[in-house]
Design a protein around this ligand. Structure first.
Ligand SMILES: [Zn+2]
Length: 81
């Protein structure tokens, strides 16, 4: 599964925009991470949905990503948007 990527507007990292269970936009690192805990999927409206996977279920998976809020140097600015 591939997802559309964009560049983070502040740190230029490739990210995927997803929508959480609470219908909030969330940027997710495009590259999966061993420490990732966010599972992506596409819903029936074609939106990328992000779901946080509990740690005991995330262990050993290679397809999970980190919220870009974790790694972005400018995240504090983003949250106030
Ligand atoms: Zn960034």
């Amino acid at each position: 599964m591939t997802y559309p990527t964009e560049q983070c507007r502040t740190c230029q990292a490739p990210i995927i925009w997803a929508v959480t269970d609470r219908d909030k936009d969330m940027p997710v690192d495009a590259q999966p991470s061993d420490k990732g805990n966010v599972a992506l999927s596409v819903d029936d409206k074609g939106r990328v949905r992000a779901r946080v996977v509990p740690a005991h279920l995330a262990f050993g998976r290679k397809d999970l990503r980190l919220s870009h809020f974790v790694g972005c140097p400018d995240a504090p600015k983003w949250r106030r948007r």
